[in-house]
Design a binder for this molecule. Sequence first.
Ligand SMILES: Cc1ncc(COP(=O)(O)O)c(C=O)c1O
Length: 343
Amino acid sequence: MGTTTPPKIDLYSDTQTRPTAQMREAIANAEVGDEQAGEDPTCNALQERMADLFGTEAAMFVVSGTMSNNISIAAWTRRGDAVVVDARSHILRSETAGAVVGSSVVLDQIRGERGHFSVEQLDEVLHPGSLYAAPTTVVSMENTHNFAGGTVWPIDQYRAVAERAHEVGARVHVDGARLFNATAASGVPLRDWAEPVDSIWVDFTKGLGAPIGAVLAGSTEFIAQARRYKHVFGAAMRQAGIAAAGCLYALDHHVERLTDDHANAARLAAGLVAAGCEVVMPETNIVFFDPPADTNIDDFVSGLAAHDIRIGKVQGRLRAVTHLDITTDDIDTTIDVITSTTA
Ligand SMILES: Cc1ncc(COP(=O)(O)O)c(C=O)c1O
């Protein structure tokens, strides 16, 4: 578990941001009501704004990204169905089998290239169902893909996968925890990512720097069903406008600047390469790397910690994530420390 005093330079994850003074002020001044009854004006405003950005009929405020995945899978499936995911997806690797526990589905894995699978790979696992095989009812894509290194789906491949899934009657779900990063890097707007798929969500607690919240979007019919499962999972809220206000503030003030995080990630990657690390070159704000050949990975992490710099060890590799609370000076300090300790 983490520490209570944040490290001076925290590259562990973009979830480590603290709300700014201005965001806290927006939260303090939020108008609130009963969210569960649909009467919270700030939640309603956020939902309307996000439905507009996604170009969907409806959207729903949810407490977290994990909850958005679990609700969507519950809404689209019946017990014993198969859900296709990438082998390194967050749904499979980091949600404590929530889809299996909550919806009794089987997760069919595809090992995609940088987290992205092809129509041909999809065809290998798609199944209409039989006496022996579970029917594929959901195909899920992750954009950006966290454990593949913050990679952005090529939009044509994304559309082709969605089309193929639809041809066999499966629904297409998108884990868009960092969808705003995908948009910032590719120039493809939210509505183009939403258009080919059936359910899609975005997190406000990653690069956008809010303390709580995600928004799930889709058709009116899907959101009605999703609202039912939100209640089933005990995630319907009361005066949740205090959380939604942080998300609205982030929409106004923290979206444009995501390109700064991407530039900082590229700067860090270049410094790491120069220091002899093996680096997966970043497309957005996530840098996966291995330490120089003769350096032990745990010693590398603790060496940085001694300088009050935190990076993560994720699935056997090092991971540094840039965000709102990381400046270019922080990146340069980190590179200096790594260069001097690995020289
Ligand atoms: C790709 C991806 N999906 C889902 C989640 C879960 O989001 P939350 O922490 O809001 O539950 C994360 C969190 O890091 C993530 O990276």
